[in-house]
Design a protein around this ligand. Structure first.
Ligand code: PEP
Ligand code: MN
Length: 347
């Protein structure tokens, strides 16, 4: 942390700042220039709020040097992290992984039908919501535990892993019993009790960016999981709220290279919730992979018009298959492989 004193700060004010620094157990490195004095704080500044010094007289501004996220930062862990799933699929590293399935589990038949064409395209991670945090309390809320059991059963039949959302800390053990990856949704990104519970579960976590959250806030949220002793976290860009309404959310494509720079955690793109419309999903997905995403989370439904949630953005089976071929070709073009065996491209 660096404390910049005002140009006309007095010696008494400087003394007060220095004694506050000492009282907090830090050392100060004072550098007095011709214009103003700058103080460097020596010690781990993370537990200290900048306000502690900003309120002192004579202080102009306080600048943090260390990130609010340490374990998640690339400074701390230089190599890309890889999450290994029990069925052999890896998220992170050189290959691009796709997680596909319906927005919500609606019935065993719907889920099995979806898993059949998703796994036929080589995709080995099945997504599907059992607990749906819907904007309206009157919308379909998901099948709950019944939905979890269907996910497990169908995924086991196909040799797939499951990623599904958990919305409360109390549900974490039950969801962890049925799914390999615990998804924390955009609306829960800053639910710190939930993040800690997911951390303690010790299973991979897919953490989605909040609709109005910065990337630093996303990584600070990931830090809650990491600091609970769980290193298996992937972060997901799923679109943020901007003034633009033509798409459901605005996918922050720049977030992909920025996150890859800030963190070594795998970075996933969810083109479905960003687009809000099936015909935009492919382009956003391809852009995500071209920008360096390690994974894609894609909604698909055997009959999108009949979907109980997010039908408009769900790819039908043909569009899903086609996109897998395209993603494999884009991955190949940017020097990546894929963890799914697409018909074309990087097989
Ligand atoms: C989802 O992926 O099922 C979902 C609800 O997404 P988000 O939390 O990003 O809105
Ligand atoms: Mn959805």
């Amino acid at each position: 942390m660096v404390i910049v004193m005002q140009a006309h700060a007095t010696a008494v004010q400087l003394e007060q700042v220095l004694s506050r620094i000492e009282a907090l157990g830090f050392h100060a490195h004072v550098s007095s220039g011709s214009e103003r004095t700058v103080i460097g704080l020596i010690g781990d500044e993370r537990p200290i709020e900048t306000e502690v010094f900003e309120v002192l007289e004579g202080v102009e501004r306080v600048v943090r040097i260390l990130h609010s996220y340490k374990l998640a930062s690339r400074d701390f862990h230089l190599e890309d992290r890889v999450i290994e799933l029990p069925n052999g699929v890896r998220l992170g590293g050189s290959a691009v992984t796709v997680m596909g399935g319906p927005c919500a589990v609606e019935s065993r038949e719907q889920l099995r039908e979806t898993a059949e064409y998703v796994s036929a395209a080589g995709v080995r991670v099945l997504r599907g919501g059992a607990y749906k945090p819907r904007t309206s309390p009157y919308s379909f809320q998901g099948l709950g535990e019944k939905g979890l059991r269907m996910l497990r059963e169908v995924a086991d039949e196909m040799g797939m892993a499951v990623v599904t959302e958990v919305v409360t800390p109390e549900d974490v053990p039950l969801v962890a019993e049925h799914a390999e990856i615990l998804q924390v949704g955009a609306r829960n990104m800053q639910n710190y009790r939930l993040l800690q519970a997911c951390g303690e579960a010790g299973q991979p976590v897919l953490l989605k960016r909040g609709l109005g959250s910065t990337l630093e806030e996303l990584l600070a949220a990931a830090e809650y999981v990491l600091s609970s002793g769980n290193e298996q976290v992937a972060v997901c860009e799923r679109g943020i709220r901007t003034f633009e309404t033509a798409t459901r959310f605005t996918l922050d494509i720049g977030a992909v290279p920025v996150l890859k720079h800030m963190t070594s955690l795998p970075v996933v793109v969810d083109p479905s919730h960003a687009a809000g419309r099936a015909d935009y999903v492919g382009a956003i997905a391809r852009a995500g992979v071209a920008a360096g995403a390690d994974g894609l989370l894609i909604e698909t439904h055997p009959r999108p018009a009949e979907a109980l949630s997010d039908g408009a953005q769900s790819l039908d089976p043909a569009a899903f298959r086609n996109l897998m071929d395209e993603v494999a070709r884009v991955a190949d073009a940017v020097g990546r492989t894929t963890t799914f065996a697409a018909a074309a491209g990087a097989a």
